[in-house]
Design a protein around this ligand. Structure first.
Ligand code: SAM
Length: 239
């Protein structure tokens, strides 16, 4: 497993990722706007339109962090549980929910690789910009499948490298040169953003990740590419 510049053992990755998100938690929301020029809001809106959460449906938003996806789904009447391995991220989410007057969300600190739930609890499982930080992605996917009801759906949005010629070079330059500098300027934290950029480069390409989703037991898998695959919405069904 690579962590920025250095290689670390898989068992250390979870700990390092914990440190990264504890460092960035306080500035996480402002950084998302700075890094994506506000575009992450549109991607998140689009993602939730694809998930189509229905009133009363039980949805697990894994790696839900400070609640961006959960709030959008709760606004549509779904019963949302936000789960994340990092309590600092969840604490900010709880505060944001209070500011928005949103009640009824459940916040839970847990690892996507080993969930506290019995089988077949949820109608939908979502994970946005989270799966690439998980140490054993295959385990997390199998857990997602396990906790979904039959007929339940899996939706994941994650970065990858774009296939658009020209844009790829700009994107590489942006993520490796500009992102860490914005991290330094706004959050005084260059290393965390260097890790986040590096983790995007290392994440499996969309076709390979789709094969992993199928291997975990999901059917009717699909990928919707945004910006030539810089951002991808993956989906699959438990049948
Ligand atoms: N989904 C939110 C969003 O789109 O704004 C947060 C995304 S944030 C980039 C990634 C989140 O993944 C962090 O909050 C981090 O703590 C969480 N995470 C990393 N590894 C995890 C794991 N093994 N299990 C659960 N959450 C994890």
């Amino acid at each position: 497993v690579s962590f920025g510049y250095e290689e670390v053992a898989p068992e250390e990755k979870t700990e390092r990722v914990g440190a990264v998100f504890s460092n960035v938690a306080a500035k996480y929301d402002i950084m998302n706007d700075a890094m994506s020029g506000g575009m992450h809001r549109l991607w998140k809106d689009r993602f939730v339109r694809r998930v189509k959460p229905q009133p009363g449906e039980a949805v697990l938003d894994m790696a839900g962090g400070t609640g961006d996806i959960a709030f959008r789904m709760a606004a549509r009447g779904a019963e949302v549980t936000v789960a994340d391995i990092n309590q600092d991220m969840l604490d900010i989410g709880v505060e944001r929910a209070m500011d928005k007057g949103l009640t009824g969300l459940v916040w839970s600190c847990q690892n996507a690789e080993q969930l506290d739930y019995l089988d077949r609890q949820f109608d939908a499982y979502t994970i946005v910009f989270g799966i690439r930080n998980v140490t054993h992605i295959d385990k997390a996917l199998r857990e997602a499948h396990r906790v979904l009801k039959h007929g339940g759906r899996f939706y994941c949005m994650e970065f990858s490298t774009t296939e658009w010629p020209g844009f790829k070079e700009i994107y590489d330059l942006y993520s490796h040169e500009v992102m860490p500098k914005i991290g330094k300027a706004i959050a005084d934290d260059e290393d965390s953003y260097r890790y986040l950029a590096e983790s995007i480069r290392r994440f499996p390409k969309p076709a390979e990740f789709e094969a992993m989703i199928r291997a975990a037991g999901f059917a009717n898998t699909r990928v919707e590419k945004i910006l030539g695959g810089a951002v991808n919405i993956h989906s699959g069904w438990k049948i």
